[in-house]
Design a protein around this ligand. Sequence first.
Ligand code: HEM
Length: 246
Amino acid sequence: MEYRKHRRRSLGVLLQSGDEWWSRRSSLNRELLAPAAVSRQATPLGGVARDFALRLDALRGAAGGEGHVAGLENELFKFALESVCSALFGERLGLLSPMVPPDSQRFIEAIATMFHSTVPMLVVPVRLHRVLNTKTWRRHCQAWDVIFSYADRWIQKSLLSFRADSSGDGGDGGGSAAPHGSIMANLLKRDTLSLDDLAASVTELMAGGVDTTSITLHWALMELARDPSLQEELRSEVTKAMTPGS
Ligand code: HEM
């Protein structure tokens, strides 16, 4: 909250409350939670999941012997960010390829720094950190600056492509940053959020979807690794759910 005020940025949905929150949140829900909107994302997310499985296979192969995957935590971070952005922008970031774009890696690291630097500010009031310009406050601001500027670049790219498509200059949208069906393209088309609110909410989606899901997946994988019978149970549950007509 203090950072958003400091940089005069919209509060998005994470930091809003009451009617202000609900008007923004209900606009997002239509593109994020409605069943038809969710099913539109199944194909792009399935593609990311397939590439992630291939990447893990390759890493296990490269490790030889026991086939351990070194740095699984970072791999899961990349998988989570690639998934969120493919749904948001309809474009692949290339995080699951051997060479990760440096700005994407910086974004991932900035999210971790943002969370770490939040903890001390839950103990000593954040305004005091701000007034005293503590190291924690500076690290926190720098991390959010990286997060917002990375998200801003993607949002701008989507916006330019959307405007080109709308004015008939952008062809059929194939290969554009906001192809039809992406969450961003549909939110721009709906035009119910101001650009500031859209930027804040999309940034929150990008930042909020990385650590949360990857750390949860990490723990789930560890539990599954410890108990092969659970793996079998899960496999048969998924296979059953995926069988047409089940
Ligand atoms: C296991 C995974 C996740 C956990 C444990 C988790 C946890 C939470 C919690 C506790 C909040 C409430 C924070 C507060 O009000 O102070 C929250 C809000 C939020 N999360 Fe997550 N989250 C997860 C996954 C995700 C994903 C995948 C995304 C985005 C793609 C996301 C985006 C958001 C956003 C935008 C909010 C603010 C929503 C609002 O206030 O209307 N989260 N999450």
